[in-house]
Design a protein around this ligand. Sequence first.
Ligand code: NAD
Length: 257
Amino acid sequence: MSDFKGKVALVTGSSGIGLGAALHFARLGAQVHLCGIDAELNAKAAEAGQGLDLTVSRVDVADAGEVETWVTQAGGAHGIDILVNAAAVQTYGTTETTTPDHWARVIAINLTSCYLTSHFAYPYLKARGGGSIIHVASVQGHANQNKVLAYATTKGGIHALTRAQAVDAARDGIRVNSISPGSVRTPLLEFAAREAAGSDGDLEATIAGFGTAHPIGRVGTIEETSALIAFLCSDAAGFCTGGDYLVDGGLTAGLGV
Ligand SMILES: NC(=O)c1ccc[n+]([C@@H]2O[C@H](COP(=O)([O-])OP(=O)(O)OC[C@H]3O[C@@H](n4cnc5c(N)ncnc54)[C@H](O)[C@@H]3O)[C@@H](O)[C@H]2O)c1
């Protein structure tokens, strides 16, 4: 895997896939700025990053002012080479049950945040002569479960955002791609498993059950998403832009019947 020494990476989402990507880049020599909204998760991320060049900040990615301040402080000194958007919330609701407030909140955190970080990071990426933006979408942007109206909408929106950004940014040497994970063992997946299992349910059995829905027979790991993100940000992926890359154990290849 390529070396990221001298590169500056900004990553949103201080647990799960975001934290995994941040630690991966830092171990490969990058200067990493990670942000999240949850104080406890931020503290754990800072502890995990001890000895590495990793700074953790408290940022609400849905707040334009907070995003601008974070990106400007992080990019101001050395510029930005890599931006990874992994912060999100997973919520449940149908057209009937999703309230306007719920809808607006999920769109803001999961989708608008990807635009906001890209918007404020763009001049710093451009000044470095190019770079790479990765948005973490989901298989639910391609096909979805029941009752994920707002969440699935944000993930489909990320696919369109990725294409639109990629077409515009190519002239500045900036590549934009998304990844679409299937089930990956993270706090978000454990939340989904708890919802599925109910209060008396067996969490491990439920997660194993999620795994069997994937042709590969298990859920994915954070190491597997980190490896894909790092590949897409490396020079080896220099001809990849505007794409969505599945890391889903074959989930969307099958019909599930
Ligand atoms: N784990 C999976 O199975 C799976 C599958 C498909 C897609 N994804 C996507 O992967 C990404 C990462 O999710 P994860 O599984 O690592 O879950 P996670 O819950 O561990 O990570 C999401 C992070 O976003 C943070 N966050 C939420 N609201 C925020 C806000 N307003 N500002 C800043 N940070 C905020 C949370 O505190 C959390 O640290 C998400 O975009 C998710 O939709 C995950």
